[in-house]
Design a protein around this ligand. Sequence first.
Ligand code: SAM
Length: 443
Amino acid sequence: MKPREIAYKILQEVLSKEAYANITFNKYLKGQELKEIDRGFTKELVFGVIERKYTLDFILSFFVKKAPDLKTMIFLEMGLYQLLYMDKVPSYAAINETVNIAKKVLGTKRANFINAVLRNYEREKERVIFPDKERDLKQYLKVTYSYPEWIVERLLNNYDEEKAEELLKSLNERPEICYRVNTLKIDIEDFKRLLDSYGIAYKKGYYLEEALYIDIKNPESHQLYKEGLIYIQDEASMLVSKTLNPKEGDTVIDVCAAPGGKTTHIAQLMKNSGEVIAFDLHPHRLELIKENCKRLGITNVKTEVFDSTFVNEKYLEKADKVLADVPCTGIGIIRKKPDIKLKNYTRKEISELIETQYKILDSSSKYVKKGGFLVYSTCTIGKEENQNIIMKFLKEHPNFKLVDIKVEMPSGLSIETDSRYVQTTPLEHEIDGFFISKLRRIK
Ligand SMILES: C[S@@+](CC[C@H](N)C(=O)[O-])C[C@H]1O[C@@H](n2cnc3c(N)ncnc32)[C@H](O)[C@@H]1O
């Protein structure tokens, strides 16, 4: 299959079945003997269309009277994306190649329609009237940076207009891929020497010594990955386990653990001693933790299928440290998972999610020993899923108090506003947008 046809198939699955873009991309690319350049092109087209969908659809609305069927729409979006954002693809190739694949997949009639719309756009771009920032800020932000309304509203609810806009912009940037060095298998300096000997370029982490930005393509098929020397993980996510600060011999419970990024980091920080108990609601996701532990040589993790909105009576007051890295809207990781933009949460769904987050935190607190610690984290931005949950928790649990997070953070990480929490963002910290807070059980 040609790259544009593969891209179409992936997009069709993601947009019609709400499949995860990363997983679907890997699934379709697995059997294909694509050259590196074609793989890169396919990736750019798939993730680019997802990332810019709201902008693309807005522009297309000036050239199609009635929204066409999903399959036709995907070809229009792919064609327009190439015209607007892929400088290296000449316009004639963007249109002709896309139309040729459309003819093969959808037949001549729909291909002719796609051809006409894309050519009309090329001829009459000035027909598009973009929203005016002064007159309709929300629509302007939505169309300019390509976001659904709920994300625009969330950021405007939490930041002033200028910062909200900067954040939306920064979440569209393509991040470098960060890796955690598995110090259970190799010393960090030895690992750097190994990279040098392979001639692989890397850059130090911004905040953490175990974080490295390594220049490798298709990491999961790389020898370094297969041997368990690295784990793909953003520095913001690593900061969570660092904040928990587990010690050798501790008992730690990670209540929403899959696929195990933080669980395996915790195990690593504990030098594979003590015990890490990892819960998750989904059995198939717990399998991912087991696979990761095997690859990384970790033996102190025990997994258990459990719904963490409930209390697991076996573990009452048993843990030195508990991590509640709860399910969330994921705004902070849009750079890596642009398909988060495709979710159209209703207010009711967000309220239900917030309720779940609170229940998980509440239940998790029951596992903490007196004097022990509880870390609450999300990979999203906004007080609704973060500060508000903690404030409510503190009101209802006088036996817990907040730990000053500034003391817990690496010195280079600036915390501007409130030292009780940390909210990282790609805009301010160059890493994903995570919220972290730490509580101590005082009685
Ligand atoms: C943010 S992810 C966790 C990421 C993980 N901590 C890591 O670092 O790799 C949230 C996880 O919570 C799980 N989950 C959702 N609802 C849950 C519940 N009620 N009880 C337990 N796990 C739940 C999801 O399956 C998902 O794996």
